[in-house]
Design a protein around this ligand. Structure first.
Ligand SMILES: [Zn+2]
Ligand SMILES: [Zn+2]
Length: 353
């Protein structure tokens, strides 16, 4: 893997915001800040299309974010009035958060994959019923009651999540993003989210990878309470799909751009293999275990005690996703009961506290 966003990486290391860059003729990257996040910014992309501009992943909804996005449009010689379309790789708030404000300012359409539309908080989250479902799921994972209560519920950002808008345009795998003079093709890469899209700019051979492939960190692949769809097998399959774009420069939604997608895919695959082995090792030592018990014993970059709040929730989801993946492959089995336990083959009979 070779870093091509040299200035972006230097800024990353200096803990500064990178500048707006024209990475290809008529294609700009614009860092849009994410408040209180170690990711620090989303790289929003502006793609000239005929007389207008398509914005990919407008970023987190804040006044600073809005300033950054409109400042980026200015650097590209455009204004919000020139924006004809908005494409979101997925509906996480650091990507789709600003879409409503941008659409209100310019009347542009919003495009996403149909599976992503179906996962919008406004579609899957019922403020009356979902907190109880969420709590049940966390308890089934074996989270202690106090922690499950703390991690479930409507949460302070729920209002913002529920305000994220529905799309006007649906993009299936292989569809071209509407607009003149530009061949921007949707590549469906489920895993990080069910309808995640990468976008291949065919003339310049660049792949906007969203959160699917990032140069430094592994995206969170997590089981969530509202669906039984197993995300890890889908993610690994989607990784293979983008490895085929090895000639393309990768323009990710965070960190910095790079070349060598096939190489990066190998590393990400190895990470998940390693994680599965680590989980099998825990089950071997501990016997039948809950998702929570396994999660506590895995290695986390900052150590488990410092994984709190939203990150803790993401960690539980990630462990659950790996356990379900191992279950699909008959490498672990489920032990009936509440909370749910998993055991590695051969089934271990010992009970755990
Ligand atoms: Zn994301
Ligand atoms: Zn993101």
């Amino acid at each position: 893997m070779r870093v091509t966003g040299i200035a972006q990486r230097e800024a990353w290391l200096a803990r500064a915001m990178p500048g707006v860059e024209e990475v290809r003729p008529g294609l700009w990257s614009v860092p849009v800040p994410i408040p209180f996040s170690p990711l620090r910014y989303t790289l929003s992309y502006l793609v000239a299309s005929g007389p207008g501009v398509i914005v990919v992943d407008p970023g987190w909804d804040s006044d600073d974010g809005w300033q950054a996005l409109t400042g980026g449009l200015g650097a590209a010689g455009a204004t919000t009035a020139d924006v004809t379309g908005i494409v979101v790789t997925h509906v996480h708030p650091d990507h789709h958060g600003l879409s409503a404000r941008l659409r209100a300012a310019c009347g542009a359409w919003i495009a996403m994959h149909p599976a992503e539309r179906d996962s919008l908080p406004v579609r899957v989250w019922d403020t009356a019923k979902s907190p109880a479902r969420d709590l049940r799921w966390l308890l089934a994972c074996g989270a202690p009651a106090g922690i499950a209560a703390e991690l479930s519920g409507n949460g302070p950002v729920m209002e913002m999540l529920l305000a994220m808008p529905e799309p006007d345009v649906l993009l299936e795998d292989g569809d071209l993003v509407p607009g003149p003079d530009r061949r921007l093709r949707a590549v469906w890469t489920p895993g990080h989210t069910p309808g995640h899209l990468c976008l291949h700019e065919e003339t310049e051979d660049v792949l906007l990878t969203g959160d699917h492939v990032l140069p430094r960190i592994t995206p969170n692949i997590a089981q969530v309470a509202h669906t039984d769809d197993p995300p890890l097998a889908a993610y690994l399959k989607s990784l293979d799909q983008v490895a085929a774009y090895d000639s393309a420069e990768a323009l990710p939604a965070h960190e910095y751009r790079f070349h060598g997608l096939a190489d990066r895919v190998r590393i990400l695959r190895a990470h998940h293999d390693h994680r599965c082995q680590e989980i099998l090792g825990v089950l071997d030592r501990l016997g039948p275990s809950t998702v929570w018990q396994v999660t506590e014993r895995l290695s986390w970059s900052r150590g488990w005690p410092s994984v709190k709040g939203f990150m803790r929730r993401a960690a539980i989801g990630e462990t659950a996703a790996h356990l379900e993946y191992l279950l699909e492959r008959a490498q672990v089995s489920r032990v009936p009961g509440t909370p749910l336990r998993y055991s590695g083959p051969p089934a271990v009979a010992a009970a755990t506290p």
